[in-house]
Design a protein around this ligand. Structure first.
Ligand code: WQD
Length: 338
């Protein structure tokens, strides 16, 4: 069994996936530029697993460095590609940086993989590719060529690029994993979501209210056509998501072709559902205020998760209560992040 290169392996989902890969006996190489992660994350992966791995601090835009990683590790058999900028609002303000970093970075990675005959890739895509025109529950066969922001369009475009790479060379094997809303943390409380600055996403924002770093949650609108008027999303435990990547690595090792696969629970939870579940986890009432809707938000988003079960024999195990209990455990043990 060859090595797995994990780009962005020091990040939130990357680090949880590296833990599962090491625990499953894989040998891994991590490449990260720490643009949205910290070196401490690598120490925590080692502490949880008791295993070591090679690490390269590098940017995918530096093709010479990316080639060097493959030159020094000729037994890299597959790549899990997490590295990329991912803040929706920031991408609207900085489209050029998002397209350059995410698209060009991926093209450099593909060039290096082709050069070294490593043609198996698991790509970190997102439910955001379903855009505004599809009805929930989202199914992989739905059209995915519209988005509401440059970040979402980088995912749409990279999926297209990987499809075209396969058409040009059928020796490739590609899994496009469409994440819904990953939240929670590893049960050890040693790794978890650790965003820089004020969190854009709901869950880390609630966690910072719970530890007292932020005064109250702003609920972006309560007049949506949903049970309690607040936005509904398919929240998935980050460890479930990480295990889904293990199944996808096995799949690309044994198959050729391109498969888009939803990684979600198939269940929706509202903003207030998550807030109340977190209150139960932390044992205190969390203040919130209703604010105007956020531009680009939709009322509903949740997965039809059948294909992952059929193709990967994978399905989410954890519910919202465990996601909040594990997320609270990480937040209270790391009130200032890693
Ligand atoms: C969830 C719900 C908000 C913050 C985005 C990206 C997606 C992925 C996950 C990267 C919505 C509400 C949020 C807050 C709130 N990112 N909310 N107050 O927008 O579903 O998905 O992040 O891969 O690609 O699109 O996630 O957590 O930002 O919002 O009321 O302070 O919480 O309106 O209903 P989203 P989110």
């Amino acid at each position: 069994m060859g090595k797995i290169l994990v780009t962005g392996g020091a990040g939130f989902i990357g680090s949880h996936t590296c833990v599962e890969l090491l625990d499953a006996g894989y040998e891994i190489v991590i490449l990260d530029n720490f643009s949205n992660s910290k070196p401490e994350s690598l120490n925590r992966i080692k502490k949880i697993t008791g295993k070591d791995f090679k690490f390269y601090e590098a940017d995918l835009l530096d093709l010479d460095k990316v080639n060097a990683v493959f030159d020094e590790n000729p037994d890299i058999e597959a790549v899990i590609h997490f590295a990329g900028l991912k803040a929706v609002g920031e991408s609207v303000r900085m489209p050029v940086e998002y397209y350059h970093n995410n698209i060009t970075g991926t093209l450099m990675l593909i060039k290096a993989m082709r050069e070294h005959n490593a043609k198996k890739i698991v790509f970190s895509s997102s439910a955001t590719v379903y855009g505004l025109d599809n009805e929930v529950p989202y199914v992989e066969t739905m059209p995915t060529h519209t988005s509401t922001n440059p970040y979402g369009y980088t995912k749409v475009m990279i999926e297209q690029i990987l499809n075209d790479v396969y058409v040009s060379d059928n020796d490739w094997s590609v899994a496009l994993l469409r994440y819904f809303n990953p939240i929670g943390a590893h049960k050890s409380g040693l790794i978890g979501e650790d965003p820089n600055g004020i969190p854009n996403n709901l869950f880390p924002y609630i966690a910072q209210v719970a530890v007292g770093k932020l005064p109250a949650l702003g609920v972006f609108g309560n007049d949506y056509d949903t049970p309690d008027g607040t936005g509904v999303r398919d929240y998935i435990h980050v460890v479930d998501l990480a295990k889904g990547h293990l199944c996808a690595v096995k799949y690309v090792m044994e198959n050729k072709g391109v498969e888009a696969i939803n990684l979600g629970t198939g269940k929706g939870s509202s903003v207030l559902d998550v807030l109340h579940a977190f209150e139960k986890a932390c044992g205190k009432e969390l203040p919130y205020v209703i604010k105007p809707r956020r531009a680009g938000d939709i009322a509903w988003s949740y997965a039809k998760p059948d294909k992952a079960k059929k193709l990967l024999n994978w399905e989410a195990q954890y519910g919202i209560d465990e996601m909040c209990a594990d997320g609270w455990n990480f937040a209270k043990n790391n009130p200032n992040g890693l």
